[in-house]
Design a binder for this molecule. Structure first.
Ligand SMILES: [Zn+2]
Length: 257
């Protein structure tokens, strides 16, 4: 049984072994597509052949009480048994390969099916894949998802942000350019006359929404690239273009802070 949580949540904690928490790093591509990963974990399990006896110190109660004589009379206080840490059991027959508590560390390979669209901080609980207690009741395995950094994509919820440089002629005339998305390449139509800073939206090219069939978008911020290395002939063309175009249309505007 496995369950998925976005964060938070209360968990039972008594009567079983401890939970194991691990981090699982995912690339944007893995998050976009969902992935089944094999991970290796080490969990404590009861060593084969280990036998436990009733703790002689507390007679299996898990706690001990002491009586002190004070000026106010007898004072009885109860505390966790120091010899069995409250379990009421102690190791009887201990296999040589096990620790003093009768447990061994066992390496296991576990398949984790990561749903598409998870985010940093989301976690998945695999019930019963944690450490065993001496009664072989296992805790849970809790897998925290960690997003790896991407070379140029930025995630904003389900949306993906990307800045794309276009050439001056493409910005003026418009065109089609091929750009990367989290799920492969896509064509982006550049409308004629686009300005630096304008944002184009590629619908449905963002991350999948969890438990949904819809996707976010990819938002593409356009930067018009000013050529810096000009051939002699290109320089001539630009100079004649400048004469042809005349002064800029809107020289001043207020900065949007
Ligand atoms: Zn005890």
């Amino acid at each position: 049984f496995e369950s998925f949580f976005g964060g938070g949540g209360q968990r039972r904690s008594r009567g079983r072994g401890s939970d194991i928490r691990i981090k699982l790093r995912l690339t944007f591509k893995e998050i976009a597509q969902g992935i089944e990963k094999k991970i290796k974990i080490k969990r404590f399990v009861v060593a084969p052949g280990a036998q436990f006896i009733t703790c002689p110190t507390c007679q299996g109660q898990g706690q001990v009480s002491t009586v002190q004589n004070t000026i106010l009379g007898h004072m009885r206080s109860t505390s966790v048994c120091p010899h069995c840490e409250g379990s009421g059991k102690r190791i009887g027959n201990r296999p040589p390969e096990s620790g003093p508590d009768g447990m061994i560390k066992k390496e296991e390979t576990i398949k984790v099916k990561v749903p598409a669209g998870v985010e940093e901080g989301n976690y998945m609980t695999l019930n019963g894949q944690g450490n065993e207690d001496i009664w072989k009741n296992p805790g849970d395995l809790i897998i925290m998802f960690v997003e790896g950094d991407h070379e140029y994509f930025v995630r904003d919820g389900e949306n993906v942000l990307l800045e794309v440089a276009v050439s001056y002629p493409t910005a003026v005339l418009g065109g089609k350019i091929e750009i990367p998305t989290v799920d492969g390449k896509a064509w982006l139509k550049i409308p004629a006359g686009i300005q630096s800073g304008q944002v184009l939206r590629l619908k449905g090219k963002g991350f999948p929404r969890l438990r949904s069939r819809s996707n976010g978008d990819q938002l593409v911020k356009i930067q018009v690239e000013t050529p810096t290395k000009l051939s002699r002939s290109a320089k001539k063309l630009i100079e004649s273009l400048e004469k042809d175009l005349g002064p800029v249309q809107k020289p001043f505007s207020k900065i949007d802070l």
